[in-house]
Design a protein. Structure first.
Length: 274
């Protein structure tokens, strides 16, 4: 690596690899380190002591706070040094002491979308895919291959098991333990995590039409509360409901490999089976 000297917008103590590409309008704080093949977009603000290890692309107007570590090797015992990548979308905020790993050969890429807020001490593991307008609250920790849909909110200190998906516009309460998928548009929480209903207030705040919210509430009752086999309820909704949001909910549940977070507390035998 080579020191930048005292270029405009770059602190004299910052160290930037010769192969890194830093836009002229970007600022780099004291003691920041930017490694090989990193690309920093226009107007990016990099705080002090930030470490961007390698093979990372940071889009325009991103803000990275003190002590964050981006583009580090995946914490996967199968990782053998293959070249993989991390990409951060425009206008995303990455707060203090977060860690974002690159992908592995299985996926090759970890992505965080646009306009997303990653709060302090969040860990985003290898091959995760985080959507746009997502909020990850302080201390959220996820294993590899997690997917979080657009506009989802995940509460603080939530742990997310590998390959788990959180659907669009879902809200997860703080301290949850996600071992199954979270259906889109739903509200999930509790230390023995379960689904409580449709995220009505969140959807109202985001401008969803009242009829769409009512349709989702009816679909939720049909799927989770009717007592019928889920497959039967999904078939009926797919044939009879014309709302795009309900069709998305049905498709997400059908595609779930891990199963959907249940609406009641887990039984002891369920916990023992894991």
């Amino acid at each position: 690596m080579t020191s930048t000297g005292h270029a405009p917008g770059r602190h004299a103590t910052a160290v930037i690899d010769a192969s890194a590409r830093v836009a002229p309008s970007a600022s780099v704080g004291p003691y920041a380190v930017i490694g090989p093949d990193v690309e920093i977009g226009e107007r990016v603000r990099i705080g002090p002591h930030v470490y961007i290890e390698r093979d990372t692309k940071v889009a325009e107007d991103v803000r990275i706070a003190k002590g964050a570590v981006l583009g580090s090797d995946p914490q996967d015992l199968k990782y053998a040094g293959e070249r993989t990548f991390l990409e951060i979308g425009p206008r995303t905020v990455v707060r203090e002491f977060t860690t974002l790993n690159r992908g592995t050969a299985a996926g090759g890429l970890t992505t965080v979308g646009a306009d997303t807020l990653v709060m302090a001490y969040v860990h985003i593991a290898h091959d995760c895919r985080i959507g746009d307008h997502v909020v990850l609250t302080n201390g959220v920790t996820m294993a590899g291959h997690v997917e979080i849909g657009d506009c989802a909110i995940v509460g603080g200190l939530t742990g997310i098991q590998q390959f788990t998906r959180v659907g669009r516009h879902a809200m997860v309460g703080g301290g949850a333990r996600l071992v199954r998928d979270v259906a889109p548009y739903t509200l999930v929480g509790g230390s023995r995590t379960r689904t409580y209903g449709i995220n009505r207030i969140g959807l109202e705040r985001r401008g969803f039409a009242p009829e769409a919210i009512r349709a989702l509430q009816a679909a939720y009752r049909a799927i989770f509360r009717s007592g019928k086999p889920i497959r039967v309820s999904l078939d009926s909704l797919e044939l009879n409901d014309e709302h795009a949001e309900v069709r998305e909910l049905v498709a997400f549940i059908r595609d779930s490999a891990r199963g959907i977070t249940p609406t009641r507390a887990r039984r002891k035998e369920d916990d023992d089976a894991e």
